[in-house]
Structures are given as C-alpha cells and as structure tokens.
Design a protein around this ligand. Structure first.
Ligand SMILES: Nc1ncnc2c1ncn2[C@@H]1O[C@H](COP(=O)(O)OP(=O)(O)O)[C@@H](O)[C@H]1O
Ligand SMILES: [Mg+2]
Length: 414
C-alpha cells in the first residue's frame, strides 16, 4: 500500500462513495475549488480497492449503498487498514440518533446530512484532515518559499499549474504567483505558459491583473501578478444567483474596457468565462487567465482553442470553422452577460456535441426574455450573441460606448 496521504507536499485527497452522482459531483466541485483532489465511485468494491492502493486523506461514504451499508463498508476498510484508516464522513438522509450512534461505534469521524452544504463539508473536513488546517484553502509549498516569494497560501491547483498567494520584499501587498512544475509539463504547456507571460507583460489596465515579474526557481517556472481580492464570478452566481441589470451593466462595462485594451494590443483572450473573472469590492470585475490568449495574427496557434477552451462560451465561428477574431471574444462576453442575468449557465448540454449544436442553432434564452431585465442592456447582450459575427458589435470599443450610453441614460425595464 502506498503512503500517499502522509506526504506533506501533496494536496489533500478525498474519496467519495455514493450512487447519487449529482451529490457526488457537487461535493467534488466544492472540493476542487478549495484545491482538494477527489475521486468518486459508485461501487463499494472498486472504492475499497482504490482506498487500499492509494489511501486518501478522508473518505466520504453514503449511508445507502448497493448491497452494503456505509458502516459495513468502513468496517471492511478498518479491517484491512487498521488504525491508520482515513477518517470517514458519513452521508446521511437524516440526523437520526440510532444511525449516528451505530456509525460512531463503527469508527466514523463525522456526519454530513444531505443536501450537504459547502460550509459544513469544509468545516468538518478541516476538523479531521490536519493538512487542510495548515492554510486557508489547502496545502502550501513545503519550504514556504519560491525564489524570493514567501508563500502565504495555495489558492488553486490545476493539472500542471498551481496558483499561490504570496508576498515579495520588492512589492507592496499580496501577489498571485502562478507556477508551472517543469517536470510535470509537456512542451506545449510550457510554451503556453511562456506565451501567457509574454502577453501579460504588455498589459496594464484597471480591470486586468497587473504583471509584476517572471522567473524560474529550481524546477519551477513562475510569474507574479497583483493579487485580486475577490470572488470568482462562477462561485458568485452559484452561491448568490442572478444579478440585477444595474450590476450586470457595470461588470460588463469593466470587462468590455479590459477586452478593448487587449484588442488594442492585438491580443485575443479566447477564454472569457465566469471562472476567469474575479469580482472585487475595490476593483470591480477583473479578467484573469491568459493561458489561451494569443496574438491576433498568430495563425500557428489556431486549433488549440477547440480542444482546451470551454465550449459554452466559444463563439460559433470558432466551433465551426476555427476562425477567431475580436468579435469571438465579444460573443463569450455576451454569454457571460446572459449567465449573470439568468444566474445559471444559459445552455445545459450533456456533452460537447449537445452544447455545440445548441450554440449553432441559437438554442439558448434571449436576454430580452429575462423578467425585469433592462431593455437596452438585453438588446446589447442579445447582439453580442448573434451567430454571425457581422451582426455583433464590431469592436470592444463600440461595446464600451453602448454600455456607457445605457449607464448615462439609466436602466429601464419593460
Ligand atoms: N491575480 C489573481 N488574483 C487572485 N486570484 C487569481 C488571480 N489570477 C487567477 N486567480 C484565481 O485563480 C484561478 C486559476 O487561475 P487561472 O489563471 O485561471 O489558471 P488556470 O489556467 O488554471 O485556469 C482563477 O480562476 C481565479 O479564481
Ligand atoms: Mg482559468
């Protein structure tokens, strides 16, 4: 059996056993946002094998399982692993005393009553997983330093890159430090990372993260930018729901002016989506993540967009012909605008193909149909979402102008 969960420099891992895929997926998403790696299983035997092969830092097990119960399952784990078995949180439909007592007797660490709230999930995991207590969201770098940067906490962990909150004696205030581990990445990823750095160095705008410096420390490449103290728009919409027209208007104006700035530097962002937008109290909406960005005339890089972009926000011309220009970024921004008005993703497709078809057939709600929406704002959003780029705004500057006109005239709903 590997000793994976005792390794301090690895992110925390949680194994989930439930047949309720939707609940499992929700838990996985909440964990991912906090840099906790998780894997879900619906079959007790398969899950047992996974736990034995590579013990996680914690288990989340549904009380109701096919052909067994959480208590029996955890007993089997304890039989195999003994005292060193990972702490187990039981998912239960109710907080019935008898069930709780039996589970505690079997050694379960805690309970999560369905539907599980993110706050309770994280609080209970922190209680039982020491690694999660070490810093805000998860683990920090083993030496707490990368070059001269002092790591405060790990913010996000992707497949290849890790984003830290850090400080540096040369800069005032916290920084966001994006790092790429050389040994883990392929050439393409490395080139993309370098391109992100190259593009960012040219940019300075109140609604973009400001580049500070880039370098390499041991086997890691890194670059630092100012830390935006805000919430990602995807979490805001998930937790708070739809935003009022006035707020959507302000965010869209901020973002459109950032995009206009990019386009003036001949840069296409190509990955405008709620997860790459941060909402901060003092700076408003800030666009981050230039990992897919490219120079407008850089033909070499076409093609990569389709594979790694997020389909829901990709303009039809990129999906169909892989033709991207400034107006494709405007389509993505339109989709973000519509999502802010609706409070949820405008297209609910099961797979890439379904989403692709719905975008091509314009099978998503019109902004003007959203109850109580400001008419002029809805017209702007619907125009951004036109299938033919010729029918959209032709430049981000035109869009900024239109949004500013609405702001001065005031928002009115029909
Ligand atoms: N400058 C920043 N300040 C604060 N948080 C940031 C900053 N840049 C990115 N983030 C957060 O980290 C997440 C991951 O960063 P991102 O650049 O999007 O990396 P990835 O390429 O892994 O998507 C973002 O979605 C955002 O929530
Ligand atoms: Mg991103």
């Amino acid at each position: 059996m590997s000793s994976g969960r005792n390794t301090l420099d690895q992110p925390p891992r949680v194994t989930i056993l439930t047949t309720d895929r939707e609940l499992g997926a929700r838990i996985e998403k909440a964990l991912k946002q906090r840099s906790v790696i998780s894997e879900q299983s619906a079959r007790p035997n398969e899950c047992l094998q996974k736990v034995l092969d590579n013990p996680p830092d914690a288990l989340i097990v549904d009380m109701k399982l096919p052909s067994t119960t959480a208590i029996e399952f955890y007993n089997r784990i304890r039989g195999e692993v003994g005292l060193d078995s990972p702490p187990c949180l039981i998912l239960s439909d109710s907080a019935e005393e008898e069930i709780i007592t039996r589970a505690y007797e079997a050694g379960a660490a805690d309970f999560l009553v369905k539907p599980v709230s993110t706050g309770e999930l994280m609080a209970k995991l922190r209680l039982h997983v020491p690694k999660l207590r070490r810093s805000g969201t998860g683990h920090t770098d083993r030496f707490n330093k990368i070059g001269a940067f002092k790591i405060i906490e790990e913010l996000r962990r992707g497949n290849m890159s890790v984003l830290y909150k850090a400080t540096h004696p040369r800069y005032e205030g916290p920084l966001a430090l994006k790092t790429l581990e050389n040994k883990k990445c392929d050439l393409d990823t490395l080139l993309r990372f370098r391109r992100e750095v190259n593009l960012l160095t040219h940019l300075e705008h109140p609604h973009l993260a400001k580049f500070c410096e880039a370098g390499r420390s041991r086997d890691r490449f890194y670059f630092a930018m100012n830390f935006i103290d805000g919430r990602p728009l995807d979490s805001v919409l998930e937790e708070d729901g739809a935003l009022p027209s006035q707020v959507v208007l302000t965010h869209l104006r901020d973002l459109a002016s950032a995009i206009a700035h990019l386009h003036r530097h001949n840069i296409l962002h190509r990955d405008i989506k709620p997860a790459n937008i941060l909402l901060s109290n003092d700076k408003g909406a800030v666009l981050v993540d230039f990992g897919l960005a490219r120079h407008i005339r850089d033909q070499q890089l076409t093609g990569s967009h389709m594979v790694i972009g997020t389909p829901l926000y990709i303009a039809p011309e990129c999906l169909e012909k892989d033709q991207t220009d400034e107006r494709s970024d405007l389509f993505s921004l339109g989709m973000v605008g519509l999502q802010m008005l609706l409070g949820k993703a405008p297209i609910d497709g099961k797979n890439l193909y379904e989403i692709f078809n719905r975008i091509m057939l314009r099978e998503f709600p019109q902004a003007k149909e959203v109850p109580g929406v400001c008419n002029d704002l809805a017209t702007v959003i619907d125009r951004l979402l036109e299938i033919d780029p010729k029918d959209r705004f032709q430049s981000a500057d035109d869009l900024v102008h239109a949004l500013e006109n609405i702001r001065s005239a005031g928002c009115t709903a029909s």
